[in-house]
Ligand binder design. Structure first.
Ligand code: ADP
Length: 648
């Protein structure tokens, strides 16, 4: 065939102009694109070799070779894969076949691309990306397994290309890039090495390069004087590790290899706590290798950007932190997802809307949650350790992932009045161990186990041996409202509304006593209410206290004090809602106060007592006292009175 000159299809030229003239955000990716094409070509050759005896593994194995010619200023990528006939060459490289490029051109036709040079970087453009760094590109190729001769395609990216027959001994494709003057860094060994390890480390075939090293040799002169000089030695070196363990069958992977890969890939010193490795097959095909780290990073609660798995397409690195593959509440997970159904040039913007990505994500989430459930059931101690590290983040899922709400509820763990400090119960265990008369799942919230554990609000529950969950994680306050009920049992705060644990009969039985108490203490309650009117909404007789003299409770709608303090700490203007002071008629202090009131004891003293009653209710629930100096003064006075009495 004589040398033929052809014109590019308009759309190709349009694309080329953009590649050449627009600022590309990352020109390095040309190498990724060409290596990926070469790897595909080898895959196809190996596949055809199964049924075509004329195709055989080349001597020296299947490989991709990079050669930098510093004098000629060319970079050549050679593969010994399938190659192309001249017809194929013309069809593949003269027109636009790939879908990513099409999407790009569609976008282009909307007129956005020209105003937005970054856009081109979002698509990537396969073979044409070579023109980002080269002002002339030659493709020399010979189709494997056929009689056809070799062809050279050549273009400066300027409207036209040429095709001609050439001599080529071996099957496969050489792509020769005549580098632009300002792109000569791509001739440097370390630049190439760096790009290959970043994007193509796990490509399944060796990517080799001739490395020239100066080696010292001893030389004996005529006068027998030894001297050293250096000579250049060229050796072929493989640049990529090829160890994509996620593509291997799980049963064949050594446990230690999983750990090594994790530590190297995700820069952790500790072994992962859990490994999830599987291959999805069927309508959805991908490999996933996920890890749960052993320890939470210090900034886990706030860092919502730097997370997500690494995305590969057919072993070619696409991006770190692909957030679209895992929801934020699983941001502690590390790992790799490799899909062969995605185009190489997929962008973050495309990913967000990609249906396939959404399906993969939903599949990954299910796997992770099932693994956790399994661990919770079979290895509770290990699960508790996991939950201590990552529970706070996992809980956020209750707010955002309605599809998996039930699974997430099952995975919750809480300390409770019946667990030892540091030990947990799940909601399922709580419900299974519930007293037959118990109607709800009860909880109390506060800063720490120590504050909630000694709260007077627990007395009635302890008297009945009911368990109360301790919500000591700030996130719980936000999470609980989204649970509301678990296995048809409502979740109720012990510090809200009128908790009455009595059965109907018990209520009936106690009715008389209660009415009597209300009557007996009517004057005192009214007095206290008027004296404390600045601080409380109401004073009433309590039905939940057994030991303490008093406690503060919120209205059914009221915000609980812990939440109020948290909001205030975060700098929010919190409307102070007055609460209800409940007093315990069974406590000895109450009749004494009543008698003092009846005796017409001076008002000042009674006011002091009322204040102390209110202050001790605050202290008991873990809130700071309203007037600490006054509390201290009153206690000293009372100690003095009591002390003197003891001495008499
Ligand atoms: P894509 O790889 O996304 O299809 P490209 O523009 O990179 O788009 O390549 C177009 C086509 O050219 C490929 O689909 C393939 O058929 C062919 N091709 C590119 N590089 C090679 C190669 N090294 N060996 C054989 N065929 C190739």
């Amino acid at each position: 065939m004589p040398k033929k000159k052809r014109k590019f299809k308009t759309e190709v030229q349009q694309l080329l102009d953009l590649v050449i003239h627009s600022l590309y955000s990352n020109p390095d990716i040309f190498l990724r694109e060409l290596i990926s094409n070469a790897s595909d070509a080898i895959d196809r050759a190996r596949f055809e070799a199964l049924s075509n005896k004329n195709i055989q593994e080349p001597e020296g194995s299947w490989k991709i070779k990079i050669h930098a010619d510093k004098d000629g200023k060319t970079l050549t990528l050679s593969d010994n894969g399938i190659g192309m006939t001249s017809e194929e060459l013309e069809a593949n490289i003269g027109t636009i076949a790939n879908s990513g490029t099409r999407a790009f051109l569609d976008e282009l036709s909307k007129g956005d691309a020209k105003n937005n040079p970054e856009l081109i970087g979002q698509f990537g453009v396969g073979f044409y990306s070579a023109f980002m760094v080269a002002d002339k590109v030659s493709v020399c190729t010979r189709r494997a397994g056929s009689e056809s001769t070799a062809t050279r395609w050549e273009s400066t990216g300027n409207g036209a290309y040429t095709l001609e027959d050439i001599e080529k001994d071996t099957f496969g494709t050489d792509i020769i890039l005549h580098l632009k003057e300002d792109q000569e860094k791509y001739l440097e060994e370390w630049t190439i090495r760096e790009i290959v390890t970043k994007f193509s480390d796990y490509v399944a075939f060796p990517i080799v390069m001739d490395i020239t090293r100066e080696v010292p040799v001893e030389k004996k002169d005529e006068g027998d004087e030894a001297s050293t000089e250096t000579v250049s030695e060229v050796s072929e070196e493989t640049l990529n590790s090829m160890k994509a363990i996620w593509t291997r069958t799980p049963s064949e992977v050594d446990k230690g290899d999983y750990g090594e890969f994790y530590k190297a890939q995700f820069k952790d010193y500790t072994e992962p706590a859990e490994i999830i490795h599987y291959r999805a097959e069927g309508t959805l095909e991908f490999n996933a290798l996920l890890y749960i780290p052993a320890k939470a990073p210090y900034n886990m609660m706030y860092d919502r950007e730097d997370h997500g798995v690494q995305l590969y397409v057919k072993r070619v690195f696409i991006m770190n932190n692909c957030q679209d593959l895992l929801p934020t509440y699983l941001r502690f997970m590390k790992g790799v997802v490799d899909s062969s159904d995605l185009p190489l040039n997929v962008s973050r913007e495309i990913l967000q809307e990609d249906l396939l990505i959404r399906k993969i994500r939903s599949n990954l989430v299910k796997r992770v949650l099932n693994t956790l459930k399994d661990m919770q059931e079979k290895e509770p101690d290990r699960y508790a350790t996991f939950f201590r590290e990552f529970g706070r983040v996992l809980k956020e899922g209750l707010h955002s992932d309605f599809e998996n709400k039930e699974k997430l509820q099952d995975l919750l763990m809480f300390e409770s009045s019946k667990t030892d400090a540091g030990a947990y119960t799940s909601l399922a265990d709580y419900v299974n161990n519930m007293h037959p008369d118990q109607k709800a799942i009860y909880y109390i919230s506060g800063e720490s186990r120590a504050t909630v554990e000694s709260s007077p609000l627990l007395e009635a529950f302890q008297a009945r041996k009911y368990d109360v969950l301790f919500l000591t994680d700030p996130v719980d306050e936000i999470v609980i409202p989204s649970v509301q009920t678990y296995r048809e049992k409502p979740l109720e705060a012990v510090h809200q509304g009128e908790v009455n644990l009595d059965t109907e009969e018990e209520k009936e039985e106690k009715k008389e006593g209660r009415e009597k108490a209300a009557e007996d203490f009517k004057d005192l309650t009214e007095l206290l209410q008027s004296q404390l009117e600045e601080d409380v909404k109401e004073v009433r007789i309590s039905e939940r206290l057994t030991d303490s003299a008093c406690c503060l409770v919120a209205d059914k709608q009221g915000m609980d004090p812990y939440m109020e303090r948290m909001m205030a700490a975060m700098g929010n203007a919190v409307p102070t809602t007055k609460r209800i002071l409940e007093i315990n008629p069974g406590h000895q202090l109450l009749p004494v106060m009543r008698e003092l009131a009846q005796k017409g004891e001076e008002d000042a003293r009674l006011k002091d007592f009322a204040d102390l009653l209110y202050e001790q209710a605050l202290i008991a629930e873990g809130s700071p006292p309203k007037d600490p100096a006054n509390v201290a003064r009153l206690i000293s006075e009372l100690m003095l009175v009591d002390g003197k009495q003891q001495l008499n």
